[in-house]
Design a protein around this ligand. Sequence first.
Ligand code: ASP
Length: 481
Amino acid sequence: MKKLALHWKIIIGMVFGIIWALLSSAMGWSQFTIDWIDPFGTIFINLLKLIAVPLVLFSIIGGVANIGDPKSLGRMGGKTLGIYLVTTIMAISLGLLLVNLVKPGEMLDEQSRIDNRISYEIWAANEGHVIKDGINYLQKPEYFERAQEISELSKSQLKDAAVADKMKSVKTGENSTPLQPLVDIVPSNFFQSLSNNGRMLQIIFFAIFFGVCLLFVPSEKSLPVMNFVNGVNEVFLKMVDIVMQGAPFFVFALLAGVVSKMAGDDIGKVVEIFKGLSWYSMTVLIGLLLMIFVIYPMILKFFVKKIPYKGFFKAMSPAQTLAFSTSSSAATLPVTMECVEENLGVNKKISSFVLPIGATVNMDGTSLYQAVAVIFLAQMHMIDLTIGQQITVVLTATLASVGSAAVPSAGLVMLIIVLSSVGLNPAWIAIIFPVDRILDMFRTVVNVTGDAAVCSIIADGENMLDYNEHENPSETFDLDS
Ligand code: ASP
């Protein structure tokens, strides 16, 4: 009998996970699910992340050194960053277009929006912001009392949503110079960078530096190092193969845990959460789906004629389903690399350089979502952002997506910076917090798909793409291969 392809097994695992969560919520077993099933999901993510850090290190060193000459490395590096930047700006523009068309924040009733506006003005006045346009509701005595009530409300909401920690972690980094992000890329102690998954950019910096230096060392000295690096890489890829055999079960546990945590013992809660934020969630989802099913295929059709529409999805589906269930592009990276190499036929020389960088700096889904979220929150507080402010959103969302770690909810944390950049209250992340985990799953799929699309373009441009339509992607994770 023909073996079921891995992505189908993962999808079945996901469906069973959701069914289990709903069932356990209805039967009052949510705590059991959280205590006894959810931890297997965490083990799975840990296993993948465990592989991701050393894989990034060794594959970039190998990738850089295998390219052979510094000139082509410079050309490829420039191209990689350039195309990543273009796709990110496209994603943000699409997000801005959609949110300005749909206007999800204006779907609220007028009174709530006025209340929101008042609470914003209180906050802005406390922060020393000047409100230039719009009505100053605080001057009207009938609103004043209501205003005090609301400001109390937003304080308690903030606590409830456990957003306070997230704000604190961003605040710590605030007292720095404009060049701090650049300074942060250069580690003073490489072993410290290795011990923190959020320091991927430092690992990439070290790996590129090491790989380039390897190019300048006489070959009798560099060859053993190269062989070692390539050998270690193979071991990590084998680890991915083994871990992926358990993916359908692990994904079941992950989804059961995520949904149970949202629903508790009351399924109706999930529906309620989504009802209030349905227009916002829909706008983000439409944008993300357009990226996956229209924008990337169009870019591919234009630049890489070899890969057909269906072929691309068939090749990438294991990575996409995994991105959806883990919400982490870093955890998905090892599988993204296998899919791109084995199924799309991208030469390892390209993928091992382009993909780890992409997983860290190229997050089109995250940046699109940040653009929609900021404008949505402004709309629901009756604040019209000027074109200038929207351009600021494009710039900060681009930087914020580069700075977001490739782990669950990182985009939400970085949203604080985007909100602050246009003078909005960062505590508003509490408003969209309830639906964020689910949207995170979709935006991570976009992040991973975007990396793969750009990687194929670069490989094709370098004549290193050997796509074979008739290969069977389901064999990617065959232990005997
Ligand atoms: N979870 C996303 C990723 O890993 C980042 C985010 O948008 O939160 O790609």
